[in-house]
Write a protein that binds this ligand. Structure first.
Ligand code: TYC
Length: 108
């Protein structure tokens, strides 16, 4: 009886969903990476960063040069399906122009 009243008066932990829980729930994010190579023109990579990743010119140049120097760099961070679409767009555009540019994704 005392135990039953206890259950009525207090929700069990798994039934409690705070406002904070709802507000902070977000999809898992993925970094979309551009990889350096010796053949893809710098202007083409800048065009990809502007056209596919919606980067401003100065930002696109900075990211491209970073990839050129370090070998890999982050073009953007997106939910899974958006990231997959960006990767496919990069490869389709690059192959259409005969460039070997590679793009990949990893969980952020
Ligand atoms: N390394 C290339 C060049 O010298 C430029 C380049 C930058 C290629 C970034 C790919 O993801 C890349 N033409």
């Amino acid at each position: 009886m005392a135990a039953h009243r206890h259950q009525d008066q207090h929700q069990r932990d798994e039934d409690v969903q705070t406002r904070t829980d709802r507000r902070v729930r977000r999809p898992p994010l993925y970094r979309v990476l551009l990889h350096n190579d010796d053949y893809t023109p710098m202007d083409f990579v800048v065009g990809i960063l502007k056209g596919v990743f919606r980067r401003e010119e100065a930002d696109a140049v900075r990211i491209m040069l970073n990839v050129h120097k370090r070998g890999v760099g982050v073009a953007g961070v997106y939910p899974h399906e958006v990231a997959e679409t960006k990767v496919a767009k990069v490869h389709t555009a690059a192959r259409a122009e005969g460039h070997p540019l590679r793009c990949s994704m990893e969980e952020a």
